[in-house]
Design a protein around this ligand. Structure first.
Ligand code: TA6
Length: 282
């Protein structure tokens, strides 16, 4: 079957399914402009999506790849992780060929976003699915007449069988801000990170790709444009505090996020910025 793109309903909301080469698929919801599923030709789902996720736009969908913009986390006055996670994006383009399927979703400012954040912008998420990889590009254009600054992330929830068995490589030697230890700045000394407790770290200025290994899973994680990498797992207690996860969900997810947090990105009037994260099944 040749790659194709179709609109579907997924958990009652409008979404686009990318039918990629050799049976690879991805699902992107218009709500949040969020990738919710990525399945490789071997039938394996690589993204975690909570069975208690809420799909009515009242909160962000728990799982997949939420887009955090124009504020990462609670680093400012805006709602946590900004406001585009709960907005309805629209389909701006689609394309497929023998070896890929691609869609672009877009979102522009309106009266509601300007009431929260007084800037004119146009954001785009482009998802390209190939046989063994998914590439998610976030592009933001300043359509106003003054510069703006933002922080943000592609908040990818990677699915693992048992997070205790996961090893994340590629962050050795980088400084991180540790949110579970009073925001202390720590230098990573391990060549591999193991998740043995709650982890909520922002690694600064990461130039190398990461490799996530867990059981027979091996996933390459690369980013461009986004200087920082966030690693998050809420562990047992943190997961119990989340309303939209099941008690054991902490075990099946590890967020490895392409982020711009330490230094806000400045976008001059009329210009655009882009960053991307690529996940490769290796
Ligand atoms: O990216 C990690 C983080 O900022 C954590 O501190 C954690 O709270 C998480 O994001 C989830 O945030 P959310 O608003 O989706 O519950």
């Amino acid at each position: 079957m040749k790659p194709s793109i179709e609109t579907i309903e997924f958990h009652g909301i409008e979404a686009v399914r990318l039918n990629g080469p050799r049976g690879a698929t991805a699902i992107v919801s218009l709500l949040g402009g969020q990738v919710l599923s990525w399945i490789t030709p071997d039938g394996r789902e690589h993204l975690f999506l909570s069975e208690r996720a809420v799909f009515d736009g009242s909160v962000a969908i728990r799982g997949g790849i939420p887009v955090c913009f124009p504020q990462f986390g609670g680093l400012g006055e805006l709602p946590k992780h900004g406001f585009v996670r709960t907005r309805e994006w629209s389909l701006a383009g689609q394309r497929s060929a023998d070896d890929y399927a691609l869609v672009t979703l877009e979102l522009a400012d309106d009266a509601e976003t300007r009431a929260l954040w007084p800037h004119a912008f146009r954001a785009e998420i482009t998802v390209m699915l190939e046989v063994d990889r998914i590439d998610v590009e976030f592009c933001v254009e300043n359509t106003g007449s003054v510069p703006f600054a933002f922080t943000g992330a592609l908040h990818s929830y990677l699915r693992v069988v048992q997070v205790e068995d996961a090893l994340l490589e590629g962050l050795h030697g980088h400084d991180y801000r540790d949110a579970v230890d009073d925001d202390r700045i720590v230098r990573e000394t391990g060549t591999e990170i193991q998740i043995e407790n709650a982890v909520d770290r922002i690694y600064f200025d990461v130039r190398r790709p990461q490799l996530l290994r867990a059981g027979n899973l091996s996933l390459g994680i690369q980013s461009q444009g986004f200087p920082d990498v966030v690693v998050w797992n809420p562990w047992v207690e943190g997961c119990a505090r989340l309303k939209d996860t099941a008690p054991d969900n902490w075990r099946h997810m590890l967020c490895v996020e392409a982020a711009a947090v330490r230094n806000p990105v400045i976008v001059p009037a009329g210009e655009e910025w882009y960053g991307r994260q690529t996940l490769v099944d290796v």
